[in-house]
Write a protein that binds this ligand. Structure first.
Ligand code: FAD
Length: 293
């Protein structure tokens, strides 16, 4: 069973899908339907997010473990420092290991008041993701990924600060990074090139989201604490409240960005699925027709 870093270096782009722990039985049925449909594309890995403030810890462990054990998929479990002592973080990593999970995306998490409120670490916890990378690596044979921010993390003074942060995370043992949703391909390329000029070879996988609903980008802007690319905002806004038009435009934008990213040598594509599959399948089908995946 090849590790994620070795798969990132085969020359072929990786394809991965991100899911969220479902909130109800009905939502869980939707998730499993998507997992089964997307499994057929034989992705490199799938990942499951960890709710804000660690709120979904048990559900994230249960769902990621079930995907790992009951499907052919390789899983990456997200983990954040928010609201947890080091002892609690160790115990979550232990719970991941117990269900066979060997890949962890190590994150700091947003402050409980949202991305624009000040960050405060748990008094017995960790203040930044680089320390979580080191902790997870010290607890066993884990492959650890981290977050990257082509549009700059809202708390960083400059993109160079973010590059320093990524280098610190790579030095702590991170094997790969995944970015927040890319809406400006040039911003992704700038981050990647600055990192490589500094001699850091850690692959940075761009994150993509096929927008399928009016209002989705506004919510994301609030969640990210950063404005998204103006032309993407404009194209989605022009579709107004027409759900079909938003979906068509969202899929078109995601496909254009994916194509350009792969032609520019991105190591893979990470699709945030919102636990649905149809839009991602449509983007993937076009990329396959183009011979890119
Ligand atoms: P860090 O790397 O700690 O960076 C946070 C800020 O501190 C940055 O400004 C950085 O430059 C600075 N910094 C970093 N290290 C140091 C240091 N040693 N000294 C001084 N400053 C430093 N959130 C969730 O709650 N659950 C999820 O499942 C989740 N999944 C995500 C997946 C992806 C792909 C991405 C991109 C983000 C995800 N997030 C998730 C959001 C993420 O937790 C937040 O964006 C958070 O604000 C930053 O996390 P980080 O791991 O990059 O933090």
């Amino acid at each position: 069973n090849a590790s994620i870093p070795s798969l990132l270096n085969t020359g072929a782009p990786t394809v991965s899908f991100e899911f969220m722990p479902p909130r109800s039985e009905r939502a869980e049925a939707v998730l499993w339907n998507s997992v089964r449909r997307l499994e057929q594309l034989r992705p490199t890995f799938v990942s499951v997010t960890y709710g804000a403030g660690g709120s979904t810890r048990d559900r994230t462990v249960r769902i990621t473990g079930r995907i790992e054990q009951e499907t052919t998929l390789r899983t990456v479990a997200h983990l954040t420092c928010v609201g947890s002592s080091v002892a609690q973080l160790r115990s979550v990593v232990g719970a991941y290991a117990a269900v066979g999970i060997r890949n962890v995306l190590a994150l700091r998490g947003d402050p409980p008041g949202g991305p624009s409120s000040p960050w405060e670490a748990h008094p017995e916890g960790l203040d930044h993701a680089d320390r979580l990378v080191a902790l997870v690596r010290s607890l066993g044979d884990f492959t650890v990924g981290v977050a990257a921010f082509p549009d700059k993390h809202p708390e960083s003074a400059s993109l160079d600060d973010d590059v320093d942060t990524l280098i610190r995370k790579a030095d702590a043992g991170a094997a790969f990074a995944i970015t927040q949703m890319v809406t400006d391909v040039d911003a992704y390329l700038r981050l990647r090139d600055r990192l490589s000029r500094r001699g850091c070879r850690m692959p940075v996988i761009p994150g993509l989201l096929p927008v399928t609903a009016p209002g989705q980008l506004q919510r994301l802007t609030e969640l990210n604490g950063q404005p998204l690319a103006a032309d993407v905002m404009r194209r989605i806004a022009e579709a107004g409240d027409d759900v079909d038009a938003v979906r068509r435009e969202g899929i078109a934008i995601c496909t254009e960005h994916s194509e350009r990213l792969l032609r520019e040598g991105a190591p893979g594509l990470h699709f945030m699925t919102m636990n649905k599959s149809t839009a991602t399948l449509e983007v993937f089908a076009t990329l396959r027709e183009l011979g890119l995946v």
